[in-house]
Design a protein around this ligand. Structure first.
Ligand code: GLN
Length: 459
């Protein structure tokens, strides 16, 4: 499809699925030579990533009118490599949510069936790819927000190792977990976009430095390719609540691996996985509460100049009340965990449990973690699990779930959060039966290229 005809379809696609928060109206005039790696590729960007050419709203009333004076590093890199950015995509406010319903815009509709939720929080990014209006999209994944909507829309969703893609210009939700991820309909596009973005960025203090990147390359060369590939299934991931259809796909996938004599499958145990939701919902809201403090109507955010800044003794009352209910929940929870009592009892404890979980992953994987230097005990190459526990709910069911019992919504990330806490690369690969779902494959920190190769070989 030519760029022009694709752009002419944007209003209809937007009307059908509420994918974008803003999008281009005319084809850009570009005199770029055609040999750039992403030349001709069309991309969409989650609207919590700063762009000069479009507003950056985070789907929040707090940033409804915000225009960034700069492009995030990832956007700069995409443009430099020739990609055309067609618009900013709808999301759960500030990336908080897993159904795509916590947005000030209309909820994103699933292009596979417009009554289904598409999952979140990178909902619009998944819909842009699933509707084929865009070749790829960038999302952000803090606890599963690239992988879950990818599973719900039957596309590939890749969350690289923490630190491999720059976060400079990405609006922080929980900075120790936030990772830019890539969504696409095929693994080759994911690879190409990853090659463009996988660069050290001095502007991001958590970007993986050049020495460690070189060490990863050296380790990659040492891999003996004639060895059988060992795949681990964590027994803690065996869930009674898993939807039967997803269970069936998972078992079939394991069977298909066993048919090759290239792969061996083993049960493994990572007991800390059981604590992952509690660790995540202690640490992520605490980081979020701190990150969101700057939206006070003075530094960032909207300010109602007709009302006083202090109402009934509360400072910034009018600006802060512009947050949506889910974001407010997180701020309250986060601040509780940062207050002296919560800090000692919960926050510190959660940090310790997070380290314990990383140590357990390090024991299982064949490769040494270049960040922790823990010695491996077993020699597992990849860990597999389903991506999602449930099949996509209907949009009206999703709203009832998130309003009546937020914990049920939080449960959606049960398989994806451990990898976020450990900073590990993981990808959701697509399956559809009666409804779309995904299988998640994950590997040791920094082993991103091998992960993509493995997926390519097995699909
Ligand atoms: N659903 C999780 C949350 O609401 C994860 C979100 C994300 O990865 N951005 O916190």
């Amino acid at each position: 499809m030519s760029l022009k005809s694709m752009i002419s379809q944007l209003p209809k696609v937007q009307k059908d699925f509420n994918i974008f928060t803003s999008y281009i109206k005319d084809a850009p005039i570009t005199n770029r030579i055609n040999d750039t790696p992403l030349s001709g590729k069309v991309g969409a960007i989650k609207d919590n990533i700063a762009t000069k050419d479009f507003p950056t709203t985070c789907a929040s009333n707090v940033l409804k009118t915000y225009n960034s004076p700069f492009d995030a590093t990832v956007v700069e890199l995409l443009k430099k490599d020739g990609a055309i950015i067609i618009g900013k995509t709808n999301l759960d406010e500030f990336g908080m949510g897993s159904l795509g319903l916590h947005t000030i815009f209309e909820p994103v509709r699933n292009p596979l069936n417009d009554n289904w939720c598409i999952g979140g929080s990178s909902s619009g990014s998944a819909a842009a790819v699933a509707s084929r209006i865009s070749d790829f999209a960038l999302g952000t994944d803090t606890g599963g927000s690239v992988r879950l909507p990818s599973a719900y829309s039957a596309i590939y969703g890749f969350k690289p190792s923490y630190g491999r893609i720059s976060r400079w210009g990405v609006v922080a939700f929980a900075q120790s977990l936030d990772t830019v991820g890539i969504l696409a309909n095929d693994i080759d596009t994911i690879k190409k976009v990853f090659q463009t973005l996988d660069k050290y960025d001095p502007r991001d203090p958590t970007s993986l430095n050049v020495e460690l990147r070189d060490l990863l390359k050296e380790n990659l060369l040492k891999v003996n390719t004639s060895d059988k590939i060992k795949i681990g299934i964590p027994k803690e991931f065996i869930q009674n609540e898993l939807a039967p259809e997803i269970k069936q796909t998972f078992l079939k996938y394991i069977e298909s691996l066993l048919k090759h004599n290239k792969y061996d499958v083993y049960p493994v145990s990572l007991p800390s996985i059981r604590d992952s939701l509690s660790i995540y919902y202690t640490l992520a809201p605490a980081e979020a509460a701190s990150n969101l403090a700057k939206y006070d109507g003075i530094r960032y955010g909207t300010r109602d100049t007709k009302k006083p800044d202090i109402i009934d003794g509360d400072f910034y009352n009018t600006s802060r009340s512009n947050f949506g209910p889910e974001v407010k929940n997180r701020i309250i929870l986060g601040n509780y965990n940062l207050c002296s009592e919560g800090y000692q009892n919960n926050f510190i404890k959660a940090q310790q449990l997070r380290v314990q979980m990383i140590d357990q992953f390090d024991k299982i994987f064949k490769f040494k973690n270049i960040l922790t230097k823990n010695e491996p005990i077993y020699d597992i190459d990849f860990i597999i699990s389903p991506t999602n526990l449930n099949l996509p709910p209907l949009i009206h069911q999703g709203s009832t779930i998130s309003e009546s019992n937020p914990l049920k919504e939080y449960m959606n990330d049960i398989f994806t959060i451990p990898m976020s806490l450990a900073g590990l690369p993981s990808i959701s690969i697509p399956f559809v039966n009666s409804k779309p779902h995904g299988i998640q494959i994950c590997t040791q920190y920094g082993n991103d290229e091998k992960l993509l190769e493995f997926v390519k070989d097995t699909m």
